[in-house]
Unconditional design. Structure first.
Ligand code: 5AD
Ligand code: SF4
Length: 489
């Protein structure tokens, strides 16, 4: 979601006349998009900001965007006094206005300093500071009209922002504000526009994508999903992240009915113990979660299931942890993202007792990863001999293989046309002006070279005339715990 937020910010600023540059050194304005979901991510932000300080003498302006901005607010000015702008993710709509204010303030500052120097005063005027932190109660979504999409074949559409769930460990409801959905009509208009621009894969995004409620009351989430899947020229539709509490059977029915909807559901469980789920305020029990898994498994299509898990939540006993391990076996996930519980500011679980020592969290993390690895080895093996469609994502020059992605979101590396892939891949030519640019700054997620730039090349070296973003059929010949290997047929 953060990457897509950056795309929206970049697009909006390009439309305002800003130019995106490739390096921090070239930039006058450096906007750093941040994440505060876990402590480690937040720490990194302050290290990076300290790093930027040495560029202040060159007259650069610094802004902090995203969840750390929202969470820390004006405290950022104390910890990083060279920062001039702090803007939370719920206030991006106001960013152009805030930047204009900042620029006007800086012009004023220069005038004051010039007048002072005429009278012999050396003192510099105060740094202008602008904050945008108060929009979390808004009903409006950030305008996506000018999004600068960085991937030339897969486009993201945020359909719902914010979160009303308030899991006891999570900062998101505080940093991103209350849930607000876009109308199904505007989502579909954007999907059609993307199809016209040549995108063939759409990913619908939301903290809880399936809590979507059409403000115009026309479509449920499953209906919207199906409608996006029926947009002509769209070949794949993904959605993330789903909350188990709001996961209805109608979503599985939509996947069964509309072939373009991908065979993949990411359904974070967080813990296999109902006792811990209660303490996490997840609003479902192990049994209710498993009921949703049963619906997914009962589908006509083979739907891949992935999840997120947190280990070492305060008070998580060995028996609770065993239940998480047994859930891995019971569900048979294709992939699990595992995290050590990280206490976050302002969250209810911060005051819970029985903290788990870090070494124990690390042990539990290792155990989950070890068990899951075995499960994946077995699961991935089953695809050997099968023929699957992949979208070509790039090339691995070292291995002489193309990199493909299956509908189930598995990586499938393959050789094509009887020959190995060479060190380059082709990419669809794009006509959008925004493809040429790169926003100033070196922020994670906010500055990425376009796919076109990183893979663009000479078509003649591709043995099978493969193009990044195209689709082909591949027969799986071998498997690893995290990927498949095959030959194009
Ligand atoms: N500690 C550890 N993991 C967390 N997540 C969210 N908040 C925390 C936290 N405080 C994890 C959850 C979520 C994923 C995006 O990040 O597993 O699904
Ligand atoms: Fe955080 Fe829970 Fe909302 Fe997910 S559902 S964003 S974990 S509060």
């Amino acid at each position: 979601m953060n990457v897509h937020d950056s795309e929206k910010v970049i697009g909006t600023l390009l439309h305002e006349g800003y130019r995106q540059v490739g390096t921090v050194e070239e930039a006058d304005l450096i906007l750093y998009n941040t994440c505060s979901i876990r402590d480690k991510a937040e720490q990194k932000v302050f290290y990076r900001l300290a790093d930027y300080k040495k560029l202040q003498a060159q007259g650069k302006t610094f802004g902090v965007l995203g969840c750390v901005a929202q969470q820390e607010g004006e405290k950022i000015f104390d910890r990083a006094p060279h920062v001039s702008l702090v803007c939370g993710s719920a206030s991006y709509r106001k960013l152009p206005e805030m930047l204009a204010q900042l620029e006007a303030g800086q012009v004023e500052k220069k005038k004051i300093e010039a007048a002072r120097s005429e009278t012999g005063e050396r003192e510099t005027a105060k740094l202008v500071r602008i904050t945008g932190l108060d929009d979390r109660q808004t009903d409006e979504c950030f305008e996506t009209e000018f999004t600068a999409r960085t991937n030339p074949y897969r486009g993201y559409i945020t359909i719902i922002e914010g979160c009303d769930k308030f899991c006891s460990y999570c900062v998101v409801p505080y940093t991103r504000g209350k849930e607000r959905s876009r109308t199904a009509e505007s989502v579909l208009a954007e999907a059609r526009q993307m199809a016209d621009l040549g995108y063939s894969e759409i990913q619908l995004l939301g903290q809880n994508v399936n809590s979507y409620k059409d403000p115009a009351g026309k479509k449920s989430f499953a209906e919207l999903l199906a409608a996006v899947g029926e947009v002509p020229a769209i070949r794949r539709v993904r959605f993330t992240t789903s909350h188990p509490r709001d996961f209805g059977r109608d979503i599985v029915e939509a996947i069964d009915t509309v072939p373009t909807l991908c065979d993949h559901v990411h359904l974070p469980v967080q813990s296999g113990s109902t006792r811990v789920l209660d303490a996490m305020q997840r609003l479902y029990s192990r049994e209710q979660y498993l009921e949703r898994i049963a619906w997914i498994k009962a589908a006509k299509r083979d739907i891949s299931i992935t999840s997120d898990m947190i280990v070492g939540f305060p008070g998580e006993t060995e028996a609770d942890f065993e239940e998480t391990l047994s859930l891995l076996d019971e569900v048979g996930y294709d992939s699990v993202f595992t995290f050590k519980y990280s206490p976050r500011p302002n969250t209810p679980s911060l005051s819970l007792e029985d903290a788990i020592p870090d070494a124990e969290k690390a042990r539990r993390l290792e155990m989950i990863m070890g068990r899951q690895r075995e499960i994946q080895i077995d699961r991935y093996k089953k695809y050997v001999g099968a023929t699957v469609e992949v979208m070509v994502e790039g090339v691995n020059a070292g291995r002489g293989q193309w990199i493909g992605r299956t509908s189930q979101n598995k990586t499938l590396n393959f050789v094509a046309g009887g020959g190995a892939a060479e060190s380059t891949a082709t990419s669809k030519p794009r006509s959008k002006a925004t493809d040429k640019s790169a926003l100033s700054g070196g922020a994670e997620g906010s500055v990425r070279p376009t796919q076109a730039t990183s893979t663009e090349t000479d078509q003649s070296v591709c043995p099978a005339q493969l193009v990044v973003g195209s689709y082909c059929s591949v027969r799986v010949t071998a498997s690893f715990p995290n990927s498949l290997v095959g030959e194009m047929i």
